[in-house]
Write a protein that binds this ligand. Structure first.
Ligand code: 13P
Length: 252
């Protein structure tokens, strides 16, 4: 069975003091989370602090984006090898904010996926449609296009090394959540599209839901057969909320 993964995307939030308090709180309550693995994804500048504070704990950590390049004259960029140096296990790839605000294309996301795998880290590949796309009945087409670009460059088997996060853009930071049925439909679509090429990979790959997942809606989302966890924004900045989402994970 696929284990539940609850990952916090802190986005551009935090200070050394806040990070210290948040990690202290999460560590204190982590033992109460029995059926989920926990991951935090801070801004790059706090990775060293996170690595130091979480060393030896059950909580893993990751980054929010990465360069597709390995090293060299790429001002402002951070490579997957550098992230490995800070014991990152995960890297979020292709978040909708990266796609819409920083011009990341499907091809760039696929290249980043390759760079993360090459370094031996686990990509968390974000896919999801805009509100206008959902209203135009294009949800499956958009998600398929985003997924297929990664498969085209990396091969279907490469998805076995990663995690997928379905994040409907209209549900991110808006307080609007996809209903468990709406989310389940898209998760099942993603899994079936992968299964059409490789059933074993489709059975294995964890598909997280992201978009206003909170303590009060986590249990019903996580109860869905194809929802294997959450990628949490706002609620991951409060230790108690993040832990409550983790505790909502059903026993597999
Ligand atoms: P919210 O949980 O704040 O809606 O953010 C979701 C998200 O973008 C996680 O990557």
């Amino acid at each position: 069975m696929r284990r539940i993964l609850v990952a916090g995307n802190w986005k551009m939030n935090g200070s050394t003091t806040q990070v210290d308090a948040l990690l202290t709180g999460i560590k204190q309550g982590a033992a109460g989370v029995q059926h989920a693995d926990l991951v935090v994804c801070p801004p790059f500048v706090y990775l060293q602090q996170v690595a130091a504070q979480l060393a030896g704990s059950s909580i893993a950590w990751g980054a929010q984006t990465v360069s597709k390049e390995q090293a060299g004259a790429f001002t402002g960029e951070v490579s997957a090898e550098m992230l490995k140096d800070f014991q990152c296990r995960y890297v979020i790839i292709g978040h909708s904010e990266r796609r819409s605000l920083y011009g990341e294309t499907d091809v760039m996301v696929a290249e980043k996926y390759a760079a993360v795998r090459k370094a031996g880290l686990t990509p968390i590949l974000c896919v999801g449609e805009l509100l206008a796309e959902r209203e135009a009945g294009q949800t499956e087409a958009v998600v398929a296009r985003q997924l297929d670009a990664v498969i085209a460059l990396n091969g279907i088997v490469a998805l076995a090394d990663g995690v997928i996060a379905y994040e409907p853009v209209w549900a991110i930071g808006t307080g609007k959540t996809a209903s468990p049925q709406q989310a389940q439909e898209v998760h099942a679509f993603i899994r079936s599209r992968i299964a059409a090429q490789d059933v074993a990979v489709a059975t294995q790959v964890q598909i997280l839901y992201g978009g206003s997942m909170k303590p009060d809606n986590a249990a019903e989302l996580l109860a869905m057969p194809d929802i294997d966890g959450g990628l949490i924004g706002g609620a991951s900045l409060k230790a108690e909320d993040f832990l409550a989402i983790g505790r909502a994970a059903p026993a597999s």
